[in-house]
Design a protein. Structure first.
Length: 236
């Protein structure tokens, strides 16, 4: 950092005044960064992502991509935050973002120029570009390939879409799940009146309810029998 500063200012790192000027400039920069809550959250989330990926155990190497000397003939190219090599020897370039929705269904958005700059960098290295989004209201990470972002004036993706395309499994993340489809079945009591009125109203008493995964009910806890009230439902 001192060498870069001295070069930009036309100073020698041996110059006695270079260190003092560098420390003064650094102090100003630190005060500016600390007063910007968005940047503070950004640094925090980037650090958290690196530690999460390391803890998941699905990667060989995690390194900061956006630090150190950088020269490019393309002024619009931008470096993503991390380069990751998975245990399957797949390389990923990852840009990390924190998103706190005002409304739970608000989509995450990126400016077109910003995302295109990241894509140019990834394309130059022929490495796929992923965006790691921390949905802070839900305390959940998603890792989504940049190609899945919808393009209008800017690029965006909703939480349901991000969850559908989520690739955190590439980094070793897994979830306990059931076999789809999931269904709720209500069985009528054959010993109680069951009739359909002319207006479509159905009168019946529930004799049993069951939760099923792929058509199968497992365990007695998924079924509820007897003691249910008579209800009216409109025939679908």
């Amino acid at each position: 950092m001192l060498a870069n500063f001295a070069q930009a200012e036309g100073l020698s790192i041996k110059d006695e005044t270079a260190s003092a000027k560098f420390i003064d400039r650094l102090s100003v920069a630190v005060r500016e960064q600390r007063s910007d809550p968005i940047r503070i959250h950004g640094f925090r989330i980037e650090s958290m992502f690196a530690h999460v990926v390391a803890a998941l155990g699905g990667s060989q190497i995690i390194t900061e991509e956006d630090s150190g000397a950088f020269f490019s003939s393309d002024e619009d190219v931008s470096r993503p935050d991390f380069r990751i090599v998975t245990n399957e020897n797949e390389q990923l370039l990852v840009e990390v973002k924190n998103y706190r929705q005002k409304d739970p269904m608000d989509p995450f958005r990126l400016k077109s120029k910003y995302l295109l700059g990241l894509r140019r960098y990834a394309d130059a290295f022929k490495v796929s570009l992923k965006l790691a989004i921390y949905w802070s209201r839900w305390r959940m990470w998603t890792l989504v390939d940049a190609k899945h972002f919808a393009s209008k004036r800017n690029y965006s993706i909703t939480l349901p879409e991000a969850f559908k395309w989520n690739e955190m499994n590439l980094l070793g993340d897994h979830m306990v799940a059931t076999v789809p489809p999931l269904s709720l079945r209500l069985y009528t009591d054959p010993h109680k009146p069951r009739r359909v009125e002319e207006d479509g109203q159905v009168h019946f008493t529930i004799g049993k309810a069951a939760l099923l995964a792929n058509g199968n009910a497992h365990g007695s806890s998924c079924c509820m029998e007897n003691g249910m009230k008579s209800i009216n439902q409109r025939r679908l």
